[in-house]
Design a protein around this ligand. Structure first.
Ligand SMILES: Cc1cc2nc3c(=O)[nH]c(=O)nc-3n(C[C@H](O)[C@H](O)[C@H](O)COP(=O)(O)OP(=O)(O)OC[C@H]3O[C@@H](n4cnc5c(N)ncnc54)[C@H](O)[C@@H]3O)c2cc1C
Length: 477
């Protein structure tokens, strides 16, 4: 099956009837019609249509097994040009969402491709099934499956001493049968949970319990699997009122496993802590996933820069030096992130044992860790530039009412009538201040891991020796 259309994606997700709970009720009927999910499902469908309609260009590539045109986000790069093609594809989708859908399908497709490209690490290891992982990857790419995922155990006790207490929350293997493994417990969070074909479940590195060390993928409607969604941040369908949250509210879900049977053909690793750690640390997950992430984040900064500059022009504040500096801060962030991304591609290397072209890890680590600080700052800059404009944002209904003419007049800017000026500020508000906007900030801070521990990883993995050797030269007589 070649790359799917948006309609096919929606049809598949509705047909699954996965168990999704929101506000005390299980969603009945088509999830694509539910007010909390309608906007994001539609946006995701648009992404598939973009991919489908450009089937001959960089959005797809020809499958070496079936000859079908399949999504480039599934491509395992063998050359620098392949990696660049991946970036262009990722950024094409990100341009459609402003980079606001962190979990557009390319994210998890990249994750799965990176694991399949690392399957050699599992060869000969106990309770590891690299062949199943490879063939599942092929099945997924040929059917253009969409995925959510969950890694972490619930946030019940994060002390290093928590190992001394029994953890009754984390999803564990409670039984192995002829059919597969049985999972019971919870996992922290799955963005887009319930609106993808499948969920990939992996234990985070650093685990100490064998029963908590596994990697598998199951359909979202597997019996006993429940997605508990948080409150929705969609405030309505109006594109004028909520230009972003009406389209890109991805939703986050807690994942519950109520004696879920994972059939053996879907188990890639079980009860092997070392293999899980190796797959994460020695495999290609980090460089490829970060390459996808940074490609998207560059587009998101461009959107922020555009909004900031239009605010500056709209209320005519460009003559103030601090205003120029603030916009320049965003420009510097954009150029730095872009440079790190391209540098990672240029410094990439072919792994001899697999022939895979891997982007350089460090520039990407630096980029994401930097973005965890830059993104909150950039949304703060929008608030600083917009000031009260962020709160003088009447709704579409206000403009259509009998006071609409007054609002159009009194809220005008130097070059815009009141309604057009408010349209801009509603965009700035939705990205930086609405519940949706606040969640975007939390997302960029944390979704790839705690910024504090990420910076520790950089410290530990960065080769500092050449710098020390250089410095030592100046200590010699
Ligand atoms: C919007 C959003 C969407 C997400 N989506 C997904 C998803 O789809 N799938 C998924 O698997 N995960 C997802 N995540 C989870 C994300 O990976 C975690 O939030 C991240 O790894 C941090 O873990 P935590 O939230 O448990 O924070 P914690 O680890 O509980 O940290 C809380 C605080 O304690 C500090 N702290 C805790 N332990 C240590 C330590 N050992 N050393 C130093 N400081 C420490 C941290 O610095 C932080 O300040 C999502 C998160 C967010 C916010």
């Amino acid at each position: 099956m070649p790359a799917i259309t948006g309609e096919e994606y929606i049809r598949r997700i509705d047909a699954l009837e996965s168990e999704v709970w929101i506000d005390g009720e299980r969603i009945q009927g088509n999830i694509s019609q539910h007010s909390a999910f309608q906007g994001v499902i539609q946006s995701q469908a648009e992404l598939y249509d973009i991919q489908h309609s450009q089937a001959e260009e960089m959005m797809t590539f020809s499958s070496d097994t079936t000859g079908h045109q399949i999504g480039t986000s599934y491509l395992i790069p063998k050359t620098k040009q392949d990696l660049q093609a991946r970036r262009k594809m990722i950024q094409r989708w990100a341009r459609h969402t402003g980079g606001l859908m962190g979990r557009s399908p390319d994210y998890m497709n990249t994750v799965l491709a990176s694991y399949a490209a690392s399957a050699n690490i599992l060869e000969g290891e106990e309770n590891c099934f690299p062949e199943r992982l490879r063939s599942f990857y092929e099945y997924a790419r040929e059917h253009d499956l969409s995925f959510t995922h969950t890694f972490l155990k619930p946030q019940s006790n994060r002390s290093t001493l928590s190992v001394l207490d029994e953890d009754v929350t984390n999803a564990k293997i409670v039984k192995s049968t002829d059919e597969g493994i049985i999972i019971k417990g919870a996992k922290l969070l799955a963005t887009q949970g319930g609106i993808t074909d499948e969920i990939i479940v992996l234990s985070a590195p650093g685990g100490i319990e064998e029963a908590e060390a596994y990697a598998f993928s199951i359909p979202s409607n597997t019996p006993g699997l429940k997605f508990v969604a948080r409150e929705s941040f969609v405030t309505g369908k109006s594109r004028f009122n909520a230009p972003l949250s009406s389209r890109f509210e991805e939703m986050d879900t807690i994942v519950l496993f109520d004696d879920v049977l994972v059939p053996w053909e879907r188990v890639f690793i079980y009860k092997n802590i070392k293999a899980m750690d190796d797959l994460y640390k020695k495999g290609k997950f980090t460089p490829f996933t970060l390459h996808q992430i940074v490609s998207r984040q560059v587009i998101k900064i461009e959107l922020l820069l555009g909004i900031a500059q239009i605010i500056v022009e709209t209320i005519n504040i460009s003559e103030y030096q601090h205003v120029q500096s603030k916009v320049t801060e965003i420009i510097k962030g954009l150029e730095t992130m872009q440079a790190l991304l391209i540098y990672s591609e240029e410094q990439g290397l072919i792994e001899e044992s697999t022939g895979v072209y891997i982007p350089a890890r460090q520039p990407l680590y630096i980029a994401i860790n930097q973005f965890q600080e830059l993104y909150p700052r950039f949304t703060e800059i929008l608030q600083q530039l917009g000031a009260s404009g962020m709160m003088t944002i009447p709704t579409e209904s206000d403009f259509e009412s009998s006071i609409g003419a007054d609002l159009k007049n009194y809220l005008q800017a130097t070059d815009k009538n009141g309604k057009e000026r408010v349209r801009l500020f509603r965009l700035a508000w939705d990205i930086s201040m609405s519940a949706f906007g606040a969640r975007q900030t939390l997302y960029e801070r944390f979704f790839f891991g705690d910024p504090v521990r990420l910076s520790q990883t950089i410290y530990h993995t960065y080769d500092k020796q050449p710098a020390c050797t250089f410095a030592e030269k100046f200590m010699k007589e």
